[in-house]
Design a protein around this ligand. Structure first.
Ligand code: G1P
Length: 300
C-alpha cells in the first residue's frame, strides 16, 4: 500500500436535533463559528493535511453544504474587481486544493453506515475520517492529523483514533476508549484495548473520549460489513473499531496534546463555547470582541 494518504470521508448526515431550532432548516455543519461555517474549518484542515479527495456524506436538508463548497467564479470575479483582498483570501479554501465528492445517506442508519458508503471511493487505500461537526484547534489545525497519518503508516495500523479527556459526567455522549496503562502520552500512539459507544452514566471504563478524527486501513470496511445495527437500528463506527481490536488488529489511540483541542458542535452549549473562543482569537475581530467582553464582564 502506498505511504501517502489522500482520501478523506466527512460524515455530515446527522440530523442536528440537539441544536434545534438553529438547525431546523440548515445543517449544523453550516452553523457559523466566527466568520466561517463549521464545515469550512474541517475542509481547510483536511486540505492542509494533503487530503486531496474528500467524500462528504450528506443527507436531507444538507444541500447548503454542497453550495458552500462549490466554486463561485462570479463571486470571486466581483471581489477581485472590488479589490477586496481579505475576502478573496477567505474564499481561497475552494481553490483546487481538494476535489469534493458527495453522496447521501437517506436514512439515519448511523455513523458506521455513513462511513461504509465510502468503501468504493476509498477503494482499498488508507483513509481519514473527519466528523463534519467538530473543529480542531491546533497550530496549524492539521497538525494532529498529519502526526497521526505518519504514525499510522509507520506502525501499519488498522486504526488510529484521536482521543481527549472529558469530564466524567460527559462520557455518556462519546465513544470511550480503554488503553494499556492509565494516562496516554499526548501526541503519541498508544495501543487501544477496548472501545465502547456512549456508555451509560457511571459505567465508562475511562474518561478518554473519541474526538472526531480517525485514520483507517481498508480493514475498517470489512469490520463495518460485519457490524450489526444496535438497538436503535444504527451501525456504530465504534462497534466496528471494537471488532478490529477483538480480531487482534493494531488499533491505537492518539491523545491530543494540551495545547490542542476539539470543539464539538453537537450541542448548543459546546457550540457557544466554540463561537466565543474562535471569535476571541479572530485576527480581524478578536481585539474588538475582547474589549466588548471585558466591558460587559463588569455587569455579569
Ligand atoms: C460520534 C461517535 C462517538 C464520538 C463522537 C465525537 O457520536 O459515535 O464515538 O465520540 O462522534 O464527536 P455523535 O456525536 O455522532 O453522537
Amino acid at each position: 500500500m502506498s505511504g501517502v494518504i489522500t482520501k478523506a470521508i466527512v460524515p455530515a448526515a446527522g440530523l442536528g436535533t440537539r441544536l434545534l431550532p438553529a438547525t431546523k432548516s440548515q445543517p449544523k455543519e453550516m452553523l457559523p463559528v466566527g466568520r466561517k461555517p463549521v464545515i469550512q474549518y474541517v475542509i481547510e484542515e483536511l486540505a492542509d493535511a494533503g487530503l486531496g479527495q474528500i467524500l462528504i456524506v450528506t443527507g436531507r436538508r444538507k444541500r447548503a453544504i454542497e453550495d458552500h463548497l462549490d466554486s463561485d467564479p462570479q463571486l470571486v470575479a466581483a471581489l477581485r474587481q472590488a479589490g477586496n483582498e481579505s475576502l478573496l483570501t477567505d474564499m481561497r479554501f475552494l481553490e483546487e486544493r481538494a476535489r469534493f465528492f458527495f453522496t447521501r445517506q437517506s436514512e439515519p442508519k448511523g455513523l458506521g453506515h455513513a462511513i461504509a458508503m465510502g468503501a468504493d471511493f476509498v477503494n482499498g487505500e488508507n483513509c481519514v475520517v473527519a466528523l463534519g461537526d467538530s473543529i480542531i484547534w491546533a497550530d496549524p489545525p492539521s497538525a494532529p492529523l498529519q502526526a497521526m497519518m505518519k504514525a499510522h503508516i509507520e506502525l501499519d495500523a488498522a486504526a488510529m483514533v484521536v482521543v481527549e479527556t472529558v469530564p466524567e459526567a460527559d462520557t455518556f455522549r462519546y465513544g470511550i476508549v480503554s488503553i494499556a496503562g492509565s494516562t496516554p502520552p499526548p501526541g503519541e500512539p498508544v495501543r487501544m484495548t477496548d472501545i465502547i459507544e456512549k456508555p451509560p452514566a457511571g459505567t465508562a471504563p475511562s474518561t478518554l473520549a473519541v474526538a472526531a478524527r480517525y485514520v483507517f486501513s481498508p480493514l475498517i470496511f470489512d469490520a463495518l460489513a460485519r457490524t450489526p445495527a444496535d438497538h436503535r437500528g444504527e451501525v456504530q463506527l465504534t462497534d466496528a473499531i471494537r471488532q478490529l481490536i477483538h480480531m487482534g488488529k493494531p488499533v491505537y489511540a492518539w491523545a491530543l496534546p494540551p495545547d490542542q483541542r476539539r470543539y464539538d458542535i453537537g450541542n448548543l452549549e459546546s457550540y457557544f463555547y466554540a463561537f466565543i473562543d474562535f471569535v476571541l482569537a479572530d485576527e480581524r475581530y478578536g481585539y474588538l470582541v475582547r474589549k466588548y467582553i471585558k466591558a460587559k464582564a463588569y455587569d455579569l
